[in-house]
Design a protein around this ligand. Structure first.
Ligand SMILES: Nc1ncnc2c1ncn2[C@@H]1O[C@H](COP(=O)(O)OP(=O)(O)O)[C@@H](O)[C@H]1O
Ligand SMILES: [Mg+2]
Length: 259
């Protein structure tokens, strides 16, 4: 479904609420099948669940990359369909699996987080996202062109550029989708500190296949086939959700290979 226009609106508080939300990419196949939850301001809400259960779609609906079919999604109590895209995108930083990069300089790629930022601010964001080490090694440092879709950078380096953008944007809502997927363990540890700093005092919604990084979330939502299977803290879910226990076991098995 195409997104509708909406009016400019200045969002002031940042609880994100889903009420009975349904969504299909194509007719007859409900990918999101009646989901309700609140991602509270200043907390971390994490989504886990088997591949294909609809986690990424939830994040797309929240950021209006697609519009939901029925139910309601509100931010600050306001239906997001009634807010225009610019007012909404101003308040949301999205760090997805597939980073959009352009064949221009490193500096300009990071500046996309905030087009009016001065060079010094861009470099500060790069530092916070642990980019300086690899940027210093590039032939022309911050002025190096990074190739079509960032082809001259590794997956982890591209990911860190997108984290730098999020630091620069400094939005009150942050959405992270499998951002550790293209980071090796060493890189992941290197950015963990700066990532924690990025996530402070915002509405954070995160998907991670490494369940270790969601254990500390304030609320974990377990999804299965477009529905919510269970919600709670890590300890609560270990007791209440068989699916959660299975996911944890699988994730521990793959992490043994990773380490
Ligand atoms: N752009 C799209 N068009 C049609 N179907 C899609 C699209 N994106 C995802 N899907 C389907 O929607 C379902 C949920 O996908 P997704 O939200 O990506 O799951 P997850 O992130 O949990 O792996 C899957 O069956 C997937 O194939
Ligand atoms: Mg996904």
């Amino acid at each position: 479904m195409e997104t509708q226009a909406g009016e400019p609106y200045d969002l002031k508080s940042f609880d994100v609420e889903f009420k009975g939300v349904e969504f299909s990419y194509k007719d007859g196949v409900k990918v999101i099948d009646g989901i309700s939850f609140t991602a509270k301001q200043n907390t971390v809400t994490a989504f886990v669940g088997p591949s294909g259960c609809g986690k990424t779609t939830v994040l797309r609906l929240m950021s209006r990359l697609y519009d939901y079919d029925s139910g309601e999604i509100t931010i600050d109590g306001k239906d997001i369909k009634t807010i225009d895209a610019d007012s909404l995108f101003d308040k949301i930083s999205i760090v997805f699996q597939d980073v959009m990069l352009f064949n221009t300089s490193v500096l300009e790629n990071i500046r996309l987080g905030n087009r009016s930022a001065a060079d010094e601010e861009v470099k500060k964001a790069a530092e916070l996202a642990n980019c300086t080490e690899f940027i210093e090694k590039l032939p022309e440092k911050y002025d190096t062109f990074i190739g079509e879709n960032g082809a001259k950078l590794s997956g982890g380096e591209r990911q860190r550029i997108s984290i730098a953008r999020a630091f620069l944007k400094n939005a009150p809502i942050i959405i992270l989708d499998e951002i550790s997927a293209s980071l090796d363990v060493e890189n992941e540890m290197a950015i963990q500190g700066s990532l924690n700093k990025l996530l402070e005092n915002r509405t954070v919604v995160i998907i991670s296949h490494r369940l270790k990084s969601v254990e500390n979330a304030d609320k974990i939502i377990v999804m299965n086939e477009g529905k919510i299977d269970a919600k709670g803290s890590h300890d609560e879910l270990l007791k209440s959700s068989e699916l959660y226990r299975t996911l944890i076991e699988k994730s521990q098995a793959t992490e043994k290979f990773a380490y």
